[in-house]
Design a protein around this ligand. Structure first.
Ligand code: NAD
Length: 510
């Protein structure tokens, strides 16, 4: 019902943020329809979960081909719903399809039953197996309306689950198209359903009878989702906002760093959870870097025309937040080398480069989500690191330079870091994606993404008995206490184990 039918022009009107024109309509569903979709997904999950990996892989290959055939339609919808340039929309579609291909190709190997060491219990055989959870509720944002949710949907499906997806009310049309393609290509009906609606539909999904909720959106809504899910103790995966830092060391390639900083801060008009939102630059190269950034940022074309690099801000309320951050920075002494609060017109925010910033400014603390690059001067890498880590977010980060750059990357407290590039972790399907702190928890993408949507099961089997070594009975030898004490002392209190550990490891006893 909420998948492939023709919608009456009522419910939610979807508007193009670039020109205010109507892109389409979708129904606004509520709790009753969400519950019905979950019930249908439950039925579908039994059939889908019972298929072999090989069968699901074939289905997902058909889904992948369907998406690829419709790439133009999908990208056009993304372009019109979000206001982002067509090239950005198409790159999002391509990366979304890459996830379907990758998840499908890895599921059999990653979710294969593994035999693991039984430790001291050498007579036992221990295995770990992975099973579908059942029904996954996915709640998505508007900024990457196909790429971001597909990072959960593809892995959930490949792991044998059915999915009920509630897209953002700002960008539901591409989701409806994806659901249509799923209905046409997947052999199990209702294995991927889309329920269009606003907050209440998302809330109904979060408190509904699902086995896991994968939410992407703001920290404020993430908290509500977690509270709603707590009612049934439904596990949640939260992909929330970010305030990603970039550090520039003195031996960085400044041309490339400046170019990347501008793109990283301003691509998608800064509306990426992993945008570069603050930059810490070593004193020795600060002035040169800032000059290069300003020159780069001047070249960014913004506006509604097709040749623009960045379009309008999708969410009108976000313009107010961006403006507030810029005004707060100005009031506290920051200087605008480009753009600024007075340059904003309607939902068009021109690129802004801000200097003389301090960590007390909202611009350096809270997610701005606009085409804004604040740059701070630091005396060395240590100061850059400690200021980068002084954040309640921890999604992505970037370090630029040569000497000690890998060490610095390890020390930044965030889910993902790039070295001498920006945002690239999001394009690599093998890399787990997610954050810490107010950026959320859990991991999508990669092998971790498949396991995230699986139930892990431990099975232990007795292969043979060792006389006097059966601990799982009351019929134990009278001297068991002394035997155990002897084992504790001899195995773990001496160097015997250290010497034998290589041998024991080879025998899978450790
Ligand atoms: P949002 O929190 O306003 O909305 C996200 C989704 O939640 C929408 O589908 C919305 O309808 C739904 N929703 C609203 N109220 C709800 C409720 N009470 N219960 C359940 N669902 C509800 O976020 P947004 O403005 O759409 O997205 C922007 C935010 O998403 C930014 O903070 C951005 O950083 C973040 N984001 C994070 C990632 C990531 O992977 N970490 C990716 C993209 C966006």
């Amino acid at each position: 019902m909420v998948t492939a039918q023709t919608f009456a022009p009522q419910g939610i009107e979807v508007k193009n943020p670039n020109d205010g024109s109507t892109v389409g309509h979708v129904p606004e569903y509520g709790a009753a329809e969400v519950d019905q979709a979950i019930a249908r997904a439950r039925t579908a999950s039994r059939r889908w979960g019972a298929l072999s990996h090989v069968q699901r892989r074939k289905d997902l290959a058909a889904f992948r081909r369907g998406l690829a055939t419709q790439a133009e339609t999908l990208a056009t919808l993304v372009h019109r719903e979000t206001g982002k340039p067509k090239v950005d929309a198409m790159s999002e579609v391509l990366l979304a399809i890459q996830h379907v291909a990758h998840a499908a190709s890895r599921a059999e190997e990653v979710l294969a039953t593994r035999t693991v060491s039984s430790g001291l219990m050498a007579n036992l055989k221990s295995t770990v197996s992975y099973h579908p959870l059942g029904v996954i509720g996915v709640i998505g944002p508007w900024n990457y309306p196909i790429f971001t949710p597909m990072g959960s949907i593809a892995y959930a499906l490949a792991a044998g689950n059915a999915v009920v997806f509630k897209p953002s009310e700002l960008t539901p049309l591409v989701a409806v198209e994806v659901a249509k393609i799923a209905q046409q290509t997947l052999s199990v009906p209702d294995v991927l359903q889309v329920v269009t609606g606003r907050g209440p539909a998302g809330a109904a999904l979060a408190r509904g009878a699902v086995d896991k909720i994968a939410f992407t959106g703001s920290p404020a809504t993430g908290r509500k989702v977690m509270m709603a899910a707590a009612e049934r103790l439904t596990p949640v995966l939260l992909e929330l906002g970010g305030k990603d830092p970039m550090i520039v060391l003195p031996d960085a390639d400044l041309d490339k760093a400046a170019e990347a900083a501008v793109w990283g801060a301003m691509t998608n008009a800064g509306q990426a959870c992993v945008s570069i939102e603050r930059c810490y630059v070593h004193d020795a190269v600060y002035d040169r870097f800032v000059d290069k950034v300003v020159a780069e940022a001047r070249e960014v074309r913004f506006g509604a025309d097709p040749g623009a690099h960045i379009g309008a801000i999708t969410l009108p309320a976000q313009v107010e937040i961006i403006k507030r951050h810029l005004e707060d920075a100005r009031d506290k002494g920051a200087r605008f080398l480009l753009g600024g609060p007075d340059a904003i017109e309607g939902n068009m925010v021109p690129p802004a480069v801000v200097v003389d910033v301090t960590d007390e400014m909202q611009l350096m603390q809270d997610e701005t989500f606009g085409p804004v690059l604040p740059i701070a001067r630091v005396k060395d890498g240590d100061e850059a690191l400690s200021r980068a880590n002084r954040s309640r977010y921890g999604l992505g980060s970037a370090v630029w330079g040569k000497s000690g750059v890998r060490e610095l990357a390890d020390k930044i407290v965030s889910g993902m870091t790039t070295i001498n590039t920006v945002l690239a972790f999001g394009s690599v399907p093998t890399l787990p994606f997610g954050g810490i702190g107010e950026s959320g928890f859990g991991r999508i993408h990669g092998d971790e993404g498949l396991r995230e949507f699986s139930r892990t099961k431990s099975i232990v089997e007795q292969r043979f008995t060792i006389p006097g070594m059966n601990f799982f009975t009351f019929k134990v030898p009278p001297n068991l206490y002394d035997q155990l004490k002897g084992m504790a002392e001899k195995l773990y209190g001496t160097a015997v184990l250290d010497k034998a550990s290589e041998v024991l490891k080879k025998l899978h006893i450790l």
